[in-house]
Design a protein around this ligand. Structure first.
Ligand SMILES: CC(C)(COP(=O)(O)OP(=O)(O)OC[C@H]1O[C@@H](n2cnc3c(N)ncnc32)[C@H](O)[C@@H]1OP(=O)(O)O)[C@@H](O)C(=O)NCCC(=O)NCCS
Length: 116
């Protein structure tokens, strides 16, 4: 059965302003090493980091409560498809995520299913 769904949209220029203002203090609190490594090698890192921020918030909404930012990591299949790796996820819960970018907006949606 579905435990919950969550969606979040992030305005990329606004996220970039926060990154410029707070620098590594912000990014190291929000993101894991592999998330930073993936995003920082792309042409517009702020876009991919904004999407990863949206993915984490969408997960919190689907779960019904927040967890520490870096306990939720966006990982990638070889196809490029994203998935969430979540520290301490309850047994029987399965998480699916989807990410999209267009213009100045990055969006993510998460669905959590559970056995009963
Ligand atoms: C996957 C694909 C549809 C992305 O579409 P797009 O409109 O160019 O890009 P969007 O901005 O909407 O989405 C980008 C995000 O899609 C996700 N993504 C990438 N490949 C994906 C895939 N194979 N399946 C699902 N999601 C994928 C990523 O999270 C990416 O963001 P990120 O780089 O920040 O992680 C496009 O790259 C494509 O057609 N790839 C080849 C075919 C394919 O693998 N299709 C499977 C999905 S139908």
């Amino acid at each position: 059965m579905i435990h919950g769904i969550g969606i979040d949209a992030v305005e990329v220029p606004r996220f970039k302003r926060a990154m410029d203002r707070w620098g590594e203090r912000l990014t190291s609190r929000l993101f894991t090493g592999p998330e930073l490594a993936y995003s920082l090698r792309l042409r517009r890192p702020e876009r991919h980091l904004a999407a990863r921020f949206a993915a984490k918030v969408s997960f919190f909404k689907a779960l019904g409560r927040p967890v520490p930012w870096r306990d939720v990591e966006v990982v990638r299949a070889s196809s490029g498809a994203p998935a969430l790796s979540v520290k301490g996820l309850s047994d029987g819960m399965r998480v699916s995520v989807s990410i999209s970018h267009d213009g100045d907006l990055s969006i993510a949606e998460t669905i959590i299913e559970r056995d009963s």
